[in-house]
Write a protein that binds this ligand. Structure first.
Ligand code: AMP
Length: 550
């Protein structure tokens, strides 16, 4: 027998309608590319999102069409989140920090019909345009008419102005209701080897994730909060804050491209921000700015730190020096992203000092909706004893089942478990701690660097016999790439000449921080590079540089 409750679909547009009706004047404040402040309430954001849906209709966007965005956190990006998904099209957020090759691949693979972009990205678009002309029919600059750049685009690709289109449109639009499993947004991950893969969220997964984010032991957003997502809207939907804040009626303060410590402090204090979320590198920059300037955070109560392991320094310093609580969280593009969140529970009430910090260094407890387990290489489930580490597997209604274009369920095993590529322990209280990564990538300042690509380029140098790229600790960027090379017999390595192979072929920030020549590299039984032992040996290389020939 089925229950007799109403079967209303979970719609993203319902979040905005709720905010517009119940929190009409609650603010969305945005720092524009030009550095000005723009502010309006949720009611106006809802009206403009409807107007945008009408613009999209007129530009020929229909059900399931992909609309790309290359944009910072700001009000027009919010309108795209709701306007595109709300009209049953798919909002495809693109990470501008990826290499131009990857961006071109992502736009073509996603099949984007339109590309919306902030002014900052005009030069990138000029280089990109000829490579995406097969699918993108128009580029819409997210700007006022008097800010429009001159941008040479290939024949057949129009250059349009967001505000001109909006002014010529109308709001006569009703948000449609449809199957909640319909795709709503698309975000590519570059976390693994090979080409980036698209994670395709649905209305259902997005709304359930927003509810979960808003539960009390997670972000716990309330209508009195003012939330500043530093984590970008182009990277896993800014951890769901564009949905969870309007759902709770909390204000949103959008920093645009101004993410340095001084800009963030000024915005946080002038806009009375109460909580914020971002990767460790951002908070390290903020901490350094506060210490150097003597400024205080006047209203911020809490910072959520995730995307990379939260350093002990941040956990301790913000609390002790500024009275700000730091919460540690873990997630991935494939998990929408929130998977675990670390706040103490009743049985931890007696913990203090170092013991408490030690607990808070862990990535946190599974939030309801996320089923978690660790397994050995043979697939056997391992105990939650806080000591045994294994491959972390997750499943749940906001976990990826298959990548874009792949067969449903193909990213999971037969029981629906998704292998995260993280290696972790789970303690008897349910706190998960990442101890290693089985996926061979480096996460620097919250963004991925592909080791395989750097290794392949290194071995293209005639003097290099074998190369390994490993991630080593860095005080600012958390992790940086270190290149280890074995010379060809009878040859010596000239580091500058090896580094020259990367010129123009990878983003500058991918370049290894150092080149170390070694006589041989360790291998596993299956002939793969034994990266774990290399990472252990060289972990502190950039903190206390060792000689570059061993
Ligand atoms: P992304 O898909 O780019 O968001 O990256 C997800 C990956 O980032 C995870 O699988 C982890 O390897 C890493 N990650 C995310 N949060 C944390 C954290 N709190 N501690 C350590 N690693 C993290």
């Amino acid at each position: 027998m089925l229950g007799l409750m109403q079967d209303r679909p979970l719609m993203i547009s319902a979040i905005l309608r709720h905010a517009a009706r119940n929190h009409a004047a609650q603010e969305v404040v945005s720092k524009t590319v030009a550095g000005k402040l723009h502010r309006y309430g949720y009611a106006e954001m809802e009206r403009r999102s409807r107007r945008l849906a009408r613009v999209l209709q007129r530009l020929g966007i229909g059900d399931h069409d992909r609309v790309g965005t290359l944009a910072w956190n700001g009000f027009r990006h919010m309108e795209l989140y709701y306007g595109v998904s709300g009209m049953r099209a798919i909002c495809h957020t693109i990470n501008p920090r990826l290499s131009p090759d990857d961006i071109a691949f992502i736009v073509n693979d996603g099949g984007d019909k339109l590309l919306f972009a902030d002014l900052t990205f005009a030069p990138l678009l000029e280089a990109l345009a000829p490579r995406i002309a097969g699918c993108v029919r128009a580029v819409v600059m997210m700007a006022d008419a008097d800010e429009m750049p001159t941008l040479p685009l290939p024949a057949g690709m129009d250059l349009l102005c967001y505000e001109t289109l909006m002014a010529a449109s109308d709001e006569a639009y009703d948000w449609p209701e449809f199957d909640e499993r319909t795709a709503s947004s698309l975000c590519y991950t570059s976390g693994t080897t090979g080409k980036p893969k698209g994670v395709l969220y649905s209305h259902r997964s997005t709304v359930l994730h927003a509810y979960a984010v808003n539960s009390a032991d997670v972000f716990g957003l309330r209508s009195v909060h003012r939330v500043l997502p530093v984590v970008p809207m182009f990277h896993v939907n800014a951890w769901g804050t564009p949905y969870s804040a309007p759902m709770a009626g909390a204000a949103l303060v959008m920093p645009g491209r101004h993410l340095d410590g001084a800009s963030l402090t000024a915005l946080m204090n002038s806009e009375r921000v109460t909580m914020s979320a971002g990767v460790p590198t951002i908070w390290m920059g903020l901490l350094q700015h506060l210490r150097a300037s003597g400024e205080r955070l006047e209203t911020v109560k809490r910072l959520v730190i995730g995307g990379s392991a939260c350093p002990r320094l941040l956990l301790e310093a913000f609390d002790a020096e500024y009275g700000v609580t730091v919460d540690h969280a873990w997630g991935m593009t494939e998990t929408s992203p929130l998977g675990t969140y670390n706040v103490p529970k009743a049985s931890n009430a007696d913990l203090a000092g170092d013991d408490l910090t030690r607990l808070r260094e862990k990535q946190g407890r599974g939030i309801f909706g996320i089923d978690m387990k660790i397994v050995g290489d043979d697939g056997a489930t391992l105990p939650w004893d806080g000591a045994t580490s294994g491959n972390l597997m997750v499943r749940g209604p906001w976990v990826c089942g298959a990548y874009f274009g792949q067969a449903p369920g193909s990213a999971c095993d037969a029981e629906g478990w998704f292998a995260t590529g993280d290696v972790a322990t789970i303690d008897p209280d349910g706190y998960m701690e990442i101890t290693d990564r089985s996926k061979d990538v480096i996460k620097s300042g919250g963004e991925w660097i592909s080791s395989i690509m750097l290794e392949n380029l290194a071995v293209s140098h005639p003097d290099v016999a074998e190369a390994a790229i490993i991630s080593v600790a860095h005080p600012k960027w958390d992790e940086r790439p270190l290149l280890l090379v074995v010379p060809m017999p009878g040859r010596t390595i000239d580091a500058a000449s090896v580094m020259a192979v990367y010129e123009g072929r990878v983003p500058r920030w991918w370049l290894p921080d150092d080149v170390v020549t070694v006589s041989e590299l360790p291998h596993t039984a299956t002939g793969k590079l034994h990266k774990l032992s290399l990472r252990e040996k060289y972990r502190d290389h950039l903190l206390t540089p060792a000689p570059s020939i061993e």
